[in-house]
Design a protein around this ligand. Structure first.
Ligand code: HEM
Length: 305
């Protein structure tokens, strides 16, 4: 006949010396000959003796299955998870949380950079193409998808069939128009504006494709592109301004309103969108970070060409 044998907590810990109790809880474990898992009933009464045991409700029944995996940053929201992955992909020279070793020129400390105006112009042209693409995608995404989504008539055949809604538009982080003004200024100074080159054209095509078929991957790029240029991007802007532009501050590095608030608004929105994702979708988004660094890195490298 099957029997339930209570195992005392002390006995349990003796057998598993690597397990420590984080808080004192009364726990009674049973092992059954026909139930392979050890069943533990946890009494949520952290202070022993506060109430008589027979009056204590058993509030949780747990098994000793592996605890759910926690992802770094998860408790704060998905943006924190994206940030954690992104920061590790920086080199130590780029940011103090960075872990990658320096392999390319642009991965060295910005203070060591030797930029050229021609290279910087190529960078501005390519990064503008990337922002033009992102902003066009987000702008178009609301028509007609979001309106039809709200009215309940989703169009599955639409290439915009993914929930980039109005809140990703007019975030105040948009850079396309600012960059157009900067390029205009360079023209007035007598510089010839180059055509977009391969790193920008390629990245722009990739973003377009992802927006049509892979929303989680697209969101990863969206986050990294906007947040990178508001962080490390400003360091680069200061360096180039001081070294090449007689400290002229470009529009690219100016935001209308309080930048930290604008970033926070976008973080909140991204967190909300990701709340509707499965763990697999979140992991897929995080995995895309490396690709984002690769393509942005190629564009940054133009500054040093
Ligand atoms: C020269 C290249 C780069 C430098 C010097 C740089 C530097 C930095 C620094 C100093 C921070 C702020 C860290 C902090 O919050 O304490 C940062 C944040 C960040 N960077 Fe970079 N970075 C570079 C390239 C990139 C690239 C290529 C990407 C991705 C495409 C990227 C994505 C991010 C993201 C997502 C954050 C977090 C921003 C936030 O939490 O507000 N960075 N970077």
């Amino acid at each position: 006949m099957a029997s339930l044998t209570p195992i005392s907590q002390t006995h349990f810990l003796f057998n598993k010396p690597h397990l420590k109790l984080s808080s004192p809880r009364t726990e009674t474990c049973f092992q059954s000959s026909f139930v392979s898992k050890r069943l533990c009933f946890q009494l949520k009464a952290p202070v022993f003796g506060r109430m008589p045991l027979k009056n204590t409700a058993v509030v949780a029944a747990t098994t000793t299955e592996k605890p759910k995996k926690r992802y770094p940053g998860e408790a704060k929201g998905f943006v924190e998870e994206m940030r954690f992955v992104a920061m590790k992909l920086h080199t130590r020279e780029q940011a103090k949380e960075g872990e990658k070793e320096v392999k390319e020129k642009e991965e060295e400390a910005v203070r060591k950079w030797e930029p050229s105006i021609d290279g910087y112009l190529k960078f501005l042209v390519d990064i503008k193409l990337v922002y033009d693409t992102l902003e066009e995608i987000v702008e178009k995404a609301s028509f007609p998808f979001c309106d039809s989504a709200k009215s309940g008539s989703l169009r599955p055949e639409s290439h915009l069939s993914f929930p980039l809604d109005a809140e990703f538009r007019n975030t105040g982080l948009e850079r396309s128009e600012k960059l157009a003004k900067d390029l205009e200024w360079f023209k007035e100074q007598g510089y010839t504006i180059p055509k977009p080159s391969s790193p920008g054209v390629t990245y722009s095509q990739i973003l377009q494709e992802l927006s049509e078929k892979d929303p989680q991957a697209f969101i990863c790029h969206f986050y990294n592109i906007y947040f990178a240029h508001s962080a490390g991007g400003q360091m680069i802007g200061r360096k180039v301004a001081a070294q090449l532009l007689h400290k002229k501050e470009l529009e690219f590095y100016k935001w209308d309103g309080d930048l930290s608030q604008l970033l926070q608004n976008v973080r909140d929105r991204l967190n909300k969108v990701a709340e509707g994702w499965t763990r697999e979708e979140k992991d897929h988004c995080l995995e895309e970070t490396e690709k984002s660094f690769k393509h942005s890195g190629e564009i940054l490298r133009l500054i040093l060409s």
